[in-house]
Design a protein around this ligand. Sequence first.
Ligand code: DGT
Ligand code: CA
Ligand code: CA
Ligand code: ZN
Length: 588
Amino acid sequence: MYNINKDLANILYKMAAIYEFKDDTFRARAYERAAHIVEDLPDDIRNYVKEGKLLSIKGIGPGIASKIEEYIRDGKISKYEELKKEVPEDFIELIDFPGIGAKSLKKIYQELGITTKNELIKALKDGRVEQLKGFGKKKVEGMLKAIKMHEIAQRRMLLWHALELANYIVEELKQLKEIRKIEIAGSIRRRKITIGDIDILVVADDNDRHKIMDFFVSLPEVKEVLVKGDKKTSVIIKTKSGREKQVDLRIFREDEWGAALQYFTGSKEHNVHVREIAKEKGLKLNEYGVFKVDTEEKIAGKTEEEVYNAIGLPYIVPELREDRGEIESAIKGELPDLVEFSDIKGDMHVHSNWSDGVNSIDEIIRFVKEKYKYEYIVITDHSKSQRVAHGLDENRILEEIEEIRKLNKLIGFDFIKIGTEVDILLDGSLDFPDEILAKLDFVVASVHSHFKRDNTDRILKAMENPYVNVIGHPTGRLIGVREGYPVDLDAVIKKAKETGTALEINCQPLRMDIEDTWIRRAVEEGIMLAISTDSHNLGSFEYMKQGVWLARRGWATKKNILNTRSWDEVLKFVNEKRKKMGGIPVGA
Ligand code: DGT
Ligand code: CA
Ligand code: CA
Ligand code: ZN
């Protein structure tokens, strides 16, 4: 479904930043708070409006409520349109981007008269900004880096967002009964973590093509038509949050469907290799089918499986199609049996409102038990060094343990496991003493500070601790926002193997950390991986799916993933390490 909460939150963030630019700090704070709240709502914002419950949400006052209602009614907020005119046009996209800052832009605008992005970059580079009061070399470098990150983020879209947009377009197109089959192809189907453009394929009768393309270009989100033909039409879609994305729609005949899907799913590298294999067999492969070179006879094309089989290969799942050895494995009949979402038995990294999560543990229990077939959830609130995230100190985590025991008693079994996301401190020691960690069922340890230095030493040291079971988001990267800290993942994988520690595949859209190639290495080395959502709100539990996709791109099977195990088996993993590294077993 199209995520209206997210789009609305993006506009509220922009409004907050523009108020900041206008020195209206009061409104800036109010809009920022409202944006946070809307972003984290567990339910579609339209339902709150429908039920007249908007004003009962804490942090949404009458002024903002009326803007939200206007947005839902008209698809825009007139106040936002007005506000945009008070800021140079180029600044609108930059104004709320992390590392840039509305206040800094304002100062540069006022003191240097700068109004475009190019002028801004120039002034940052030639030292004019550095000389302004309140700016220094470091800050200027940070801003330049942020602008570069922003450009990358604009060019490619995160998988989750691209998929939401693509699904929305597919739903719209499905209104046409002339469309007999429809599928998203390209990098989305391969579940790449960032997406260049969206490719949609359709089966329809030849004489319906025109009607379908007419309907496609008339969608209200279409901002520009790049090419319009009967077989292929490309448009630019503008999302409500102002992002622009190219969408290609292609129409095929029923008997071409498999060949078209195969061709337009890519990757290019995979396809080049597949065509070489076909050539060796005297066959030709294109988007319409598989043909004999000598007679031009068509021998396959209706389904993808048929296409692969015709050139002597078994079906290869889209996530593997990167020409990273999948064709060789297919020839040998050694393709891995990849992990699936239905294999997942629990989530091992979840924040509640005891630290910086939105929901109470009780709400989390009710939501997750209703929606997922999980056997356990590990609550892993932050430790005390994370002050902005309301990290727990020793006393508070003992209280949390008590609370969890009570809640488990109410359900009748230990659905909630007691954990922590403990900070790895600068010297590699942990933010809780061992006596506390020993009382927990499961421990995630993460680096949350000093992103500039090489953090290999800290992580290796943390893994030596008998109570640390997983290293959270091992690289610290935020896609399109900040690069990961320098870290030697080969050394981390080696140490993980030595100590019996797992590495996390973090499912947050901006993290999707670690990369598929490193997952593959971890799988080859036989170390454990935990796919975890790092949820801070109820909507985030759904991200588990993209963590599974990422694991699949890293060739992971069920046995490589810790949270496909029942808790008894997880406990074995935990206690093996505790024993090996000199800790006391769980519950002793
Ligand atoms: P993206 O959009 O950058 O995230 O990545 P893709 O893989 O979706 O690339 P895109 O949209 O350019 O093309 C979709 C697929 O179509 C691509 O994965 C393979 C196929 N394709 C496109 N152009 C060519 C081509 O010139 N040669 C071959 N062999 N395949 C192509
Ligand atoms: Ca594409
Ligand atoms: Ca494309
Ligand atoms: Zn974290």
